[in-house]
Write a protein that binds this ligand. Structure first.
Ligand SMILES: [Zn+2]
Length: 215
């Protein structure tokens, strides 16, 4: 499928990655981040994880450094209680307001608005509610609940980048390896499926939802 791409921008493309938990950003758009960092060496990436305590907080920091590399501007790792974000929404919203006061990204990655996880949905809702004049792409997180849908934006990935994404996921998130779903085959399988749907040259892609897009 023929596509358009981002233009290099004076001063570098500003990217904001938002995730409820440690590993969400990396699973949802890790390959795209690796590709953008390679394609636009002067891009600047800000990274925010809202619920990552203890070992998961350390993994979130490491994930940001490993995926964004030298393009990482700042990683903000919050420690709100996992599973409870909608019930402490005012405190989470305050973090968004603070982000808005000093960031104006060209591109924002956030959770899919119809994600089955309540924390993911709140982060998606607050992204739209806070950033009113920005390009927002919503990433998908495969899960037991089976909430995958029909995404509208595809980012084809070189095979090497898709493999690097999986290797980094398995390396960084040691606390998740015991979970039955946290498997290299699962991550590769979803990228292969999305790659098939967009005719990706090397077979692999990540997919996103766009609610609105200006060309
Ligand atoms: Zn999550």
């Amino acid at each position: 499928m023929r596509g358009l791409t981002f233009e290099p921008k004076p001063g570098g493309l500003r990217i904001l990655c938002l995730g409820a938990h440690s590993d969400d950003i990396e699973i949802g758009c890790g390959g795209t981040i690796l590709r953008l960092a390679e394609q636009f060496p002067d891009c600047q990436i800000d990274w925010v994880v809202f619920s990552a305590e203890g070992a998961r907080g350390e993994e979130a920091q490491r994930g940001a450094r490993i995926f964004a590399g030298s393009r990482l501007q700042a990683a903000l790792i919050e420690t709100f209680r996992d599973g409870f974000l909608p019930y402490i929404g005012g405190e989470v919203k305050a973090v968004f307001e603070d982000l808005k006061s000093h960031l104006s990204p060209d591109l924002i990655f956030t959770h899919y608005g119809k994600d089955a996880h309540q924390d993911h949905r709140l982060i998606s809702e607050l992204t739209w509610n806070t950033f009113r004049d920005h390009l927002i792409l919503e990433y998908e997180i495969p899960k037991y609940d089976g909430d995958l849908g029909q995404p509208s934006v595809f980012v084809p990935l070189p095979l090497a980048i898709s493999q690097a994404k999986v290797a980094k996921l398995m390396d960084v998130f040691g606390s998740q390896r015991s979970k039955r779903w946290f498997q290299a085959e699962m991550f590769a399988g979803l990228m292969r499926l999305r790659g098939m749907e967009c005719n990706a040259p090397e077979g692999m892609a990540e997919a996103f939802y766009s609610r609105k897009l200006v060309l």
